[in-house]
Design a protein around this ligand. Structure first.
Ligand SMILES: [Zn+2]
Ligand SMILES: [Zn+2]
Length: 192
């Protein structure tokens, strides 16, 4: 479904999910990142299960507004799964509460880990040296590494089958800092 991935991105603030299995740093190019790569796999039984009407209505509400955002920094997203706020993620909520900020993007660690291009460039060179994946565009490099660094910072370590979704606020902030020249970013794909 590679072609689907190419066509799936229409929003400049679409969020990404990042893979964090043990060899995840091999995936440096943002275009290589696979949506849901970090999400727990659904069993067949779960996939076939029909969501009840309340869940469906709630999901639609998420797409139609940003009422789900509790940090005031999340933008409207193009798919239900992208509509996630940092305050809905326990690990991020804990970090914000402990430092007295309302959003993960306001945490002093976020700027140091995800927005400092010296840090990101250094990490990128390490990854590139390790895995030989070069990314020519500087902002693309920074975005790719910033997502990875965010995951490492917040979750410390994720195993092969443990996946996470990054919140809309964090993805938007990283893209604001390191914008794509053509405004195109890789976003989620719908479940298949
Ligand atoms: Zn939010
Ligand atoms: Zn937030």
């Amino acid at each position: 479904m590679a072609d689907h991935e190419e066509n799936s991105e229409t929003s400049s603030v679409s969020s990404l999910e990042l893979s964090c299995y043990s060899s995840d740093f091999e995936v440096l190019n943002e275009h290589d990142l696979q949506p849901y790569q970090f999400e727990p796999e659904l069993s067949d039984a779960e996939v076939e299960e029909t969501p009840d009407r309340d869940d469906f209505s709630e999901s639609l509400d998420r797409l139609m507004s940003t009422n789900w955002c509790q940090c005031a920094n999340c933008a409207g997203m193009g798919s239900i799964r992208e509509c996630r706020c940092c305050q809905e993620i326990p690990e991020m909520e804990s970090l914000t509460v402990s430092t007295g900020v309302g959003c993960i993007t306001d945490h002093p660690g976020f700027r140091s880990v995800c927005l400092d291009h010296y840090v990101l460039e250094t990490c990128y060179h390490w990854y590139n040296q390790q895995y030989g994946r070069a990314i020519q565009d500087a902002n693309e490099r920074y975005r790719c590494v910033a997502y990875r660094m965010l995951v490492q910072w917040v979750w410390k370590w994720l195993g092969r089958d443990i996946r996470v979704t990054l919140p809309a606020c964090a993805v938007a902030r990283i893209r604001e800092q390191f914008p794509s020249a053509d405004g195109q970013y890789v976003g989620y794909r719908d479940p298949e």
